[in-house]
Design a protein around this ligand. Structure first.
Ligand code: HEM
Length: 312
């Protein structure tokens, strides 16, 4: 991997001095201006920071990355990146903040907005105590190994192993972080999958777990692209979907390499993570508590050799 063979100092620029609390307000306001104009980017910013932080948050995502079967794990992130980078050019005139810190700040503002949309209650703020000082990559290349990104066709063992290897998450944190899929949707033009996970796709709440547990799901190939895209579709509600990587949290599906699951769900054993799915489906505040800790941990994942983060 590039990051291993090129000395870290070449890839990582240093952030000279951290900004002040009032400058941080300017940054947050800018994130919120963007989200006011384009609420669809709530989900985009949350997905972007997760992809940026695979291999360490460094403000760079390789949009051209392709894996052995032609999947492009970062497809669909171009709009979020170009909107943020356009605003970053402006921001740099006044605040000395790294791009990676800017992206991370906007992802947290996006979550705050989605939490507010779900509750209509400012007192329900997530209050994520952020740390700063992420350094940007210097080359526009970052993670050059597509296998570091998760496989949407995978079953439970592969999904849990990915969570553990990438973010050091245990299975409960892995279940909780996948609840991020309560936001946004999958697009044929990006991943090739189609549909949204829940009805209110801008609300940060536990609807993902409730729908996973309560809807009746059937696997279909939506045929959105030439290669198969096997996904679970809610019976009678074709706009709602679950990937294998979502469904496996409830049922121990055994997908083949194309992602197809032959056994009917009713005849498939429960997963070892089913209790976590049910806990989060029953208790929104408990899900928010665990999700928040897991998300904070993702945005504090640093590339090898990076300086520790600091509070403002
Ligand atoms: C096993 C792990 C995961 C898999 C297999 C996975 C897979 C996917 C796929 C295939 C899409 C659709 C992309 C598109 O077509 O545009 C997607 C969307 C999304 N993912 Fe994940 N994901 C995983 C973990 C995560 C995590 C950890 C987060 C955040 C912390 C996240 C947040 C999102 C969001 C918010 C969207 C919607 C994006 C939008 O509407 O623009 N995902 N994910």
């Amino acid at each position: 991997m590039l990051r291993i063979i090129i000395p870290v100092l070449l890839l990582i620029s240093t952030v000279s001095a951290l900004f002040t609390a009032s400058e941080l307000e300017v940054v947050k306001n800018l994130c919120n201006d963007i989200l006011d104009r384009k609420p669809v980017l709530i989900a985009g910013f949350v997905r972007l920071i997760f992809h940026d932080c695979v291999g360490g948050c460094d403000g760079c995502v390789n949009l051209n990355l392709e894996n052995w079967n032609g999947d492009r794990p970062n497809a669909g992130l171009a709009t979020s990146i170009s909107v943020l980078n356009g605003k970053y050019v402006e921001l740099q005139q006044t605040v000395n903040i790294s791009r990676a810190d800017f992206w991370a700040t906007c992802s947290v503002e996006a979550l705050e907005r989605a939490r507010f949309l779900a509750t209509n209650d400012m007192s329900k703020s997530l209050n994520i105590s952020m740390l700063y000082g992420r350094a940007d990559c210097i080359l526009e290349l970052t993670t050059t190994n597509a296998d570091r990104f998760p496989n949407p066709r995978a079953g439970l063992a592969e999904t849990l192993a990915w969570c553990n290897n990438t973010f050091n998450f245990n299975s409960t944190w892995c279940v909780a972080i996948l609840g991020a899929h309560t936001l946004g949707q999958a697009r044929p033009s990006a991943s090739g999958f189609r549909g949204r996970w829940v009805a209110d796709a801008r609300h940060l709440n536990n609807a993902y777990f409730q729908d996973l547990r309560d809807k009746r799901w059937l696997q279909v190939n939506r045929k959105t692209v030439a290669d198969p895209r096997w996904q679970f579709q809610a019976r009678g509600q074709s706009m709602f979907m679950m990937l294998n990587a979502d469904m496996c949290l409830l049922r121990d599906i055994q997908p083949d390499s194309a992602g197809r699951v032959v056994d009917p769900l009713d005849a498939t054993p429960e997963s070892s993570t089913k209790d976590d799915v049910e806990t989060f489906a029953d208790d929104n505040e408990e899900w928010i508590r665990v999700f928040k800790a897991a998300f904070k941990s993702i945005i504090e994942t640093l590339p090898d050799g990076a300086a520790p983060l600091e509070s403002i």
